[in-house]
Design a protein around this ligand. Structure first.
Ligand SMILES: [Zn+2]
Length: 362
C-alpha cells in the first residue's frame, strides 16, 4: 500500500514573506504569550521559616474546589494497556488514580502551576527553566541558599514556595476528583518547544524575553480514536477538591496567592494544568469553599487548651468573601504585586474566553 505521508510543516506560499511578516504571523497564531520581567530585579529577603508561628502573620487552610473547564490530563508518564484501567482502547496514557479509582492531581503539580503564576506577578527568580543560563537576565538566576554561610536570602516566590534546601510556607494536598471514573481523550502528537529559535524566546539583547504562558481556549482539540493518542482525562463538569495549608504568610502574600487563584474579580484568571496546553487542555477555575484561619495567638491557646475546640476560625460565605477581599486589597496596595505583569498575565490567562483552539500545527 502506498500512501503519501502528510508533510509536517506547511511551506509558506511564495513569494517568501519578510522575517518581520513571519514574526507577526507567528505571534498571531501562537497559543502562548510572554509576560515580561518586572523592571526591578528579584526582591531578595530572608524567609519566615518554620521554627515558630509568628503572631503577626497568617496561618491556616484554604479548602478549594477546582472546576475542570477543558479536558485535563496530568500524566503519570506511564502508558498502560487499556484493560488495566477498564478502558476499551489498546493503550492509554494514565493519570494517577486513588484507591476508589477517582482521578487525582498530585499536590506537586498544582503547586508548580500556581507557583509559576505567582512568580510572574512578583519580583521573583526564573526557577526551573530550560533556558540557557547565559540567556537569563541579570539577577534572575534561580535563588540559591547557603545555610553554612547563613546566606538565606531568596526572592518573593522562593520565600513562599520554597527553594532548593529551603521548605516553603505553603503545602498542597493531592486534589481528588469528586466523581469516580474518567473520560478517554485522544490528543494529537505535539511538537516540542524550540528554545533554539531565537526570535521567539529572546529579546534583541539575546536574553530570555519573559515567562511563557498558554492562552485558555473555549475547548480543546481531540483527534479521535484513529489519529490521536489515548489519554485518561477529566472533562468539563468534573470537579476536584483539595486543601492548601499555609503558615507565617504576610497578608499581602496570602492576598497575592488569592489573586493567582483567580479570586480577584478585576483579574479573572484560571489555572492551566497538565498536558496538552497548546491545544487548549487543562483549564481549571478555582472556588474557595471555606477557609480556616488562625489570626492570633489566642486562637492557638484555645485550640490546645480544650478537648473540643470551637470552630470559630472557620470562614465561609460572607465572612470568607470579606476575608479574601481584604487580603487581596492589602496585596494590591503593597509593593509585592507587579501591576504591569499582572495586567499582561490577565490578558493571557483570562477566563472565560472566546478564543478558539489553534488549527494546523501545534
Ligand atoms: Zn527565587
Amino acid at each position: 500500500m502506498t500512501q503519501t505521508p502528510k508533510p509536517k510543516l506547511k511551506k509558506p506560499a511564495s513569494p517568501q514573506p519578510s522575517s518581520r511578516d513571519n514574526l507577526v504571523a507567528n505571534n498571531y497564531s501562537k497559543p502562548y504569550q510572554f509576560v515580561s520581567f518586572p523592571r526591578e530585579r528579584p526582591n531578595l529577603g530572608k524567609p519566615a521559616g518554620h521554627d515558630k508561628f509568628d503572631k503577626n502573620r497568617l496561618h491556616g487552610t484554604l479548602f478549594l474546589r477546582l472546576h475542570v473547564q477543558t479536558p485535563l490530563h496530568v500524566s503519570t508518564g506511564i502508558v498502560a494497556p487499556g484493560s488495566d484501567v477498564e478502558s476499551r482502547v489498546a493503550l492509554i496514557k494514565t493519570m494517577t488514580q486513588g484507591t476508589e479509582k477517582q482521578l487525582l492531581i498530585q499536590g506537586s503539580s498544582l503547586k508548580g502551576c500556581i507557583r509559576s503564576v505567582y512568580e510572574a506577578i512578583t519580583r521573583s527568580c526564573l526557577c526551573k527553566t530550560k533556558a540557557d543560563i547565559q540567556r537569563i537576565p541579570d539577577g534572575y538566576k534561580e535563588c540559591k541558599i547557603n545555610i553554612k554561610r547563613n546566606r538565606i536570602f531568596v526572592c518573593d516566590a522562593c520565600r513562599i514556595f520554597g527553594a532548593l534546601d529551603w521548605q516553603g510556607l505553603i503545602e498542597f494536598n493531592d486534589a481528588k476528583c469528586e466523581s469516580i471514573g474518567f473520560n478517554t481523550g485522544f490528543m494529537p502528537s505535539l511538537h516540542r518547544p524550540h528554545p533554539e529559535v531565537r526570535n521567539i524566546y529572546l529579546n534583541s539583547e539575546g536574553e530570555v524575553k519573559g515567562r511563557k504562558f498558554y492562552y485558555h481556549t473555549i475547548s480543546a482539540i481531540d483527534k479521535g480514536q484513529n489519529q490521536g493518542i489515548a489519554v485518561q482525562q477529566a472533562t468539563k463538569a468534573y470537579t476536584f477538591t483539595t486543601q492548601l495549608q499555609f503558615k507565617n504568610l504576610k497578608p499581602e502574600e496570602l492576598g497575592t496567592l488569592l489573586v493567582v487563584l483567580g479570586q480577584d474579580s478585576k483579574y479573572p484568571i484560571a489555572l492551566k494544568i497538565g498536558g496538552g496546553k497548546p491545544i487548549g487542555m487543562g483549564t481549571m477555575t478555582v472556588e474557595i469553599t471555606q477557609a480556616k484561619v488562625l489570626q492570633n495567638i489566642q486562637d492557638w491557646k484555645q485550640r490546645y487548651c480544650k478537648y473540643t475546640p470551637k470552630n470559630d476560625n472557620l470562614l465561609a460565605a460572607e465572612t470568607l468573601k470579606l476575608f479574601i477581599q481584604t487580603q487581596i486589597q492589602t496585596a494590591h496596595s503593597s509593593q509585592l504585586i507587579q501591576s504591569e505583569q499582572l495586567q499582561q498575565l490577565t490578558q493571557i490567562l483570562r477566563y472565560p474566553t472566546d478564543r478558539e483552539p489553534p488549527e494546523g500545527k501545534y
